[in-house]
Design a protein around this ligand. Structure first.
Ligand code: GLC
Length: 483
């Protein structure tokens, strides 16, 4: 099958969050399954340059948005079996950040329109366009409304994956023609209208052939009023075409046996020794006491990540015999508050604001636990990486966290270590007391029941969060519509 992934970011070129990991690892799996896979991305100023990989300019065309005629160049490279296409326009993408600008609606409308043109320029016919999140959500609507008679687009099927339901891609109805050359009746009929605005995400839900999200539990949540972030009505109308498929992780890149970023490699057999050596080095470097349990946070710092719970968890743990290592960046206010916590108790709290892959790997390898009390979590990646490095996740049981962590509970308390099948800790409600209680439970187990703790660490490392099965489920989904 000829598959085109349309996304606003992908490793190894651009990344702000888990979306970038998913696009790249899933595409690599599709290649293994003998598909022809392309990824189309914006050519951002900040795109990473990969040694030995050259980008060639292969197409030039104009993109028309109402009165604007926008000159566009498309660059290409072939990397690890994948055709990468980059849409270049200086006005829209020569900026310091990927997102967060007043004209993001216009920028990604431009990107979407350019992808429509790219599809018609390719030397082969695309079978599936797989859209990711709101940035490209209007694409099937544009093609079905404006180009339904064009041979080149006939037979293409569309799959939309919702990675983050919070972002709807809103803009005002007055811009519908201005950005997408689309008639206002689409809005008036309600097909692309949400909260009295145009929503590109809703348009993706209405016009795609299949809709997915990134874990089975999150799919269930999205169909409820409470858990849907306002999408339950539209998703329920498409219930029969909507499914949750669990993300995997890249087990080659995240492997404590071979990881070149960490202080000391280790495997299941020597895990406690190996982790202890990593922790000792890490703590020496950042002035923490290596005898205490180390709790990691590796996260985007946004309200989705359960910040109201994280502050008290960090305070509680750092004053009751634990150390904290946080790596993350995001909302300025949240960054400042964590920096402040770190200054007040710098003997127990290490804060690194920013994104640093190497340091993140060191933290996964050195830590005993990972904190992830998200308010919602479509899938989540840090908890799976932590498990692979033998760091036990402490999570709120929501979305993908519920699907990937087997949480230690009361019925386990009396069990012998050998009978324990759990690999993390969790709590149900978004409540500070439940979060603190769960931290206390984890700390007690670490200090009092090393046998159980060790068994859980081994269970976690043995988990196999690979992409194999999920990639096959996606392909089966594509095949079900590509007839
Ligand atoms: C978003 C979600 C996260 C998910 C990722 C990749 O960042 O918040 O839960 O793991 O997308 O699908």
């Amino acid at each position: 099958m000829n598959i085109l992934m349309a996304s606003s970011e992908s490793l190894p070129f651009s990344k702000t969050g888990g979306l970038a990991d998913v696009i790249f690892s899933l595409s690599k799996e599709f290649v293994k399954l003998k598909n022809n896979v392309s990824i189309v991305l914006p050519k951002y100023k900040t795109n990473k340059v990969i040694k030995g990989v050259k980008l060639n300019k292969i197409f030039q065309f104009d993109v028309k948005m109402n009165w604007r005629i926008i000159p566009t160049s498309v660059y290409h490279c072939y990397y690890l079996g994948i055709d990468f296409y980059f849409i270049e326009n200086q006005k829209y993408f020569e900026r310091d950040n990927l997102y967060g600008y007043y004209d993001d609606g216009e920028r990604f409308a431009y990107f979407t329109n350019a992808v429509v043109k790219l599809i018609a320029s390719l030397p082969y016919k695309i079978d599936i366009v797989h859209l990711h999140d709101h940035q490209v959500g209007l694409l099937p609507c544009v093609i079905k409304t404006l180009y339904s008679d064009k041979e080149i687009y006939k037979g293409i099927k569309y799959v939309l994956t919702i990675h983050n339901p919070e972002f709807k891609g809103y803009f005002s109805k007055d811009s519908l023609y201005d950005f997408y050359n689309l008639p206002i009746n689409l809005y008036n009929e309600g097909k692309i209208r949400l909260d009295e605005q145009v929503s590109t995400l809703k348009a993706g839900i209405v016009f795609s052939d299949k809709i997915t999200t990134v874990s089975p539990t999150h799919a269930k949540e999205l169909l409820t009023y409470e858990g849907s972030k306002g999408l339950n009505y539209d998703l329920n109308l498409r219930k029969n075409d909507f499914v949750g498929i669990l993300n995997g992780m890249d087990n080659d890149f995240f492997n404590p046996r071979t990881d070149t970023y960490i202080y000391k490699n280790y495997g299941i057999k020597d895990v406690l020794k190996g982790k202890n050596e990593n922790k000792t080095e890490f703590c020496k470097k950042y002035n923490l006491d290596p005898k205490l349990p180390l709790f990691a946070i590796v996260s985007r710092l946004s309200s989705q990540k359960g910040i109201e719970l994280l502050y008290p968890m960090v305070e509680f743990l750092s004053y009751t015999g634990g150390n904290i290592a946080l790596i993350g960046s995001g909302d300025k206010e949240i960054e400042d508050k964590f920096l402040q916590l770190g200054r007040v108790n710098n003997k127990h709290i290490f804060i690194y604001i920013g994104y640093n892959e190497e340091l993140a790997h060191k933290v996964y390898a050195s830590s005993d636990f990972l904190l992830m009390p998200s308010s919602f979590e479509p899938c989540g990646l840090s908890q799976m990486i932590a498990q692979k490095y033998g760091s036990l996740p402490i999570v709120r049981k929501t979305g993908g966290l519920k699907d990937t962590v087997n949480c230690y509970d009361l019925s386990d308390e009396e069990k012998k270590a050998k009978d324990i099948i759990k690999d993390g800790f969790g709590f149900d409600n978004y409540s500070i007391s439940e979060a603190i209680l769960t931290c206390a439970k984890a700390m007690n187990l670490y200090n009092g029941r090393k046998d159980v703790y060790k068994k859980m660490v081994i269970n976690a490392m043995k988990l196999n969060h690979t992409w194999d099965e999920s990639a096959r489920i996606y392909i089966a989904l594509y095949e079900s519509i590509n007839k």
